[in-house]
Design a binder for this molecule. Structure first.
Ligand SMILES: Cc1cc2nc3c(=O)[nH]c(=O)nc-3n(C[C@H](O)[C@H](O)[C@H](O)COP(=O)(O)O)c2cc1C
Length: 202
């Protein structure tokens, strides 16, 4: 018989998988539900499908199954406070969005969190039982990205994390910015000094 895997090894191994962080929202009977979720993935391009794995214990679980529609906000780094809020078990549901900048999805009415890099609205197409979670698959019926250049919020080894730009990626960011600056006719050395920037290409 195969020995049963202990839960700590499982958690530790999965914790080594760095992920983005989303807030998934739905509305049922006029009540907003939301979870912070990292078990989010793209599934199919045609049709456009995504999935989120939802814990049976979450109040979001019966709500999303009953509503059949939901929204995903792909969080930017400044949204760590919102991620913490919507990951807090047992928080009051009433007014839970009051202190979080948001707007409503036009198709689902679900909340779209402000400090995000992208938003999706989804209609549930399939649900699959999977252990103590349900895999909720949804067709993406609307999607939008922001023009902001914020970095994504990441999650790694049970902690929120941020991108560390490598020297190579900094170089390409500088090159991109330089081309924009040159187009605008602003003298580059001046701009570098003003910004107090540490050059990485020296
Ligand atoms: C970084 C992070 C990722 C999480 N990912 C998920 C997830 O993918 N699915 C899930 O069901 N819960 C996930 N959770 C836990 C829920 O956010 C948490 O249980 C939430 O408070 C449930 O709220 P509710 O009871 O109002 O539905 C995650 C928590 C954190 C901190």
């Amino acid at each position: 018989m195969t020995p049963r895997l202990d839960q700590q090894s499982f958690r530790q191994a999965l914790g080594r998988f760095a992920s983005g962080v989303t807030v998934v929202t739905t509305v049922i009977n006029g009540e907003d539900h939301a979870i912070t979720a990292s078990a989010f993935s793209s599934v199919s391009l045609d049709p456009p499908l995504v999935l989120v794995c939802v814990d049976h214990k979450n109040r979001f679980h019966p709500a999303v199954l009953a509503s059949g529609t939901w929204a995903v906000s792909v969080l930017a780094e400044p949204a760590q406070g919102a991620a913490t809020r919507f990951a807090t078990r047992g928080r009051p549901l009433e007014g839970q969005l009051d202190k979080v900048e948001h707007r409503r999805g036009a198709l689902t009415g679900a909340a779209l969190v402000g400090a995000a890099l992208a938003w999706l609205e989804c209609r549930t197409t399939q649900v699959h039982a999977a252990g103590d979670h349900t895999i909720v698959v949804g067709e993406v019926i609307w999607a939008q990205v922001t023009d902001d250049t914020d970095d994504p919020l990441l999650y790694y080894r049970s902690h929120y994390a941020a991108l560390l730009h490598s020297a190579a990626s900094e170089k390409s960011m500088l090159a991109l910015r330089d081309s924009i600056v040159e187009d605008a006719g602003v003298p580059l050395p001046e701009l570098r000094r003003e910004a107090g920037e540490t050059r990485v290409d020296e």
